[in-house]
Design a protein around this ligand. Structure first.
Ligand SMILES: [Fe+2]
Length: 258
């Protein structure tokens, strides 16, 4: 099951989504906990949506410009927090058992921090721009954001391939789940809500169902319901109906699940 895990939950994981498990082919060894793929799917969806919005923005519409730049700011904050958590929880673990194993990716994180800072400056410049400057500033911001997204897509694929391989070689499943739970426990409620909002967009229904099955087994029903509400708000009706059925919930309150 893509997002379920047999490992015991740490107390901090009481309301934390479980890490995914890498997909195994029939007859293969059980899949290993995957700390990277679910959050990266969420970030890919967040980056793709934001890039599209910046490109399509009507720069002379004050409300649309402000809303688009606010989403961009939220994305940049999220990406900065994400790489900080990777450094703190994952790279530290890699270095503890295989010194030097996170050096390449850590170096890319340093470059990403500089790129994020530049994007924030360019977004602020667009906010402050005179009307005659807006088209040029918006085009510059869009191009630089597209370069950052392209770079980050390659970066995340490398992490999923190489850092997962190292983590799986160096740590057992229970240790990886505990590492994931410590990382998720460090999120603020707002950060957790934002993560769930983009997981709703980026994960497939089977992955979402696996995530919530795990939550149903570990977390209080009211906490699960609150997280389901966040996800439902960002799912199409067909996707919500499939998820509700997979979880044994009525797609519409009051109905009996089929
Ligand atoms: Fe990273």
């Amino acid at each position: 099951m893509p997002l379920s895990t047999p490992a015991p939950a740490a107390p901090a994981a009481a309301v934390a989504p479980a890490p995914a498990t890498a997909t195994a082919s029939p007859g293969a060894a059980p899949p290993r906990p995957d700390l990277y793929t679910p959050i990266h799917k969420a970030l890919r969806a967040f980056m793709g949506d934001t890039l599209q919005r910046v490109g399509a923005m009507d720069i002379d519409d004050d409300e649309e410009r402000a809303a688009t730049l606010a989403q961009l700011e939220q994305l940049l904050d999220e990406l900065r927090g994400h790489l900080g958590r990777e450094n703190l929880f994952v790279h530290a673990a890699l270095e503890a058992r295989r010194p030097g194993s996170s050096v390449r990716i850590a170096g890319e994180h340093v470059a990403h921090l500089e790129h994020l800072h530049n994007l924030e400056d360019q977004a602020q410049a667009l906010r402050d721009a005179q009307p005659a400057q807006r088209a040029e500033f918006a085009q510059r911001l869009y191009r630089h954001l597209s370069e950052f997204v392209a770079d980050n897509l390659l970066h995340m694929a490398c992490e999923e391939r190489e850092h997962n391989a190292a983590l799986w070689a160096l740590y057992g499943d229970a240790e990886l789940v505990a590492m994931h739970d410590r990382l998720v426990a460090s999120l603020t409620p707002a950060e957790l809500a934002l993560t769930l909002r983009w997981m709703a967009v980026g994960l497939n229904v089977q992955e979402l169902a696996g995530l919530f099955r795990d939550l149903q087994a570990k977390a209080p029903p009211e906490a699960v319901r609150a997280m389901l509400d966040i996800v439902q708000a960002h799912l199409t009706q067909p996707r919500w109906t499939k998820l509700a059925r997979a979880l044994g919930l009525p797609p519409v309150p009051g109905l009996v699940a089929a």
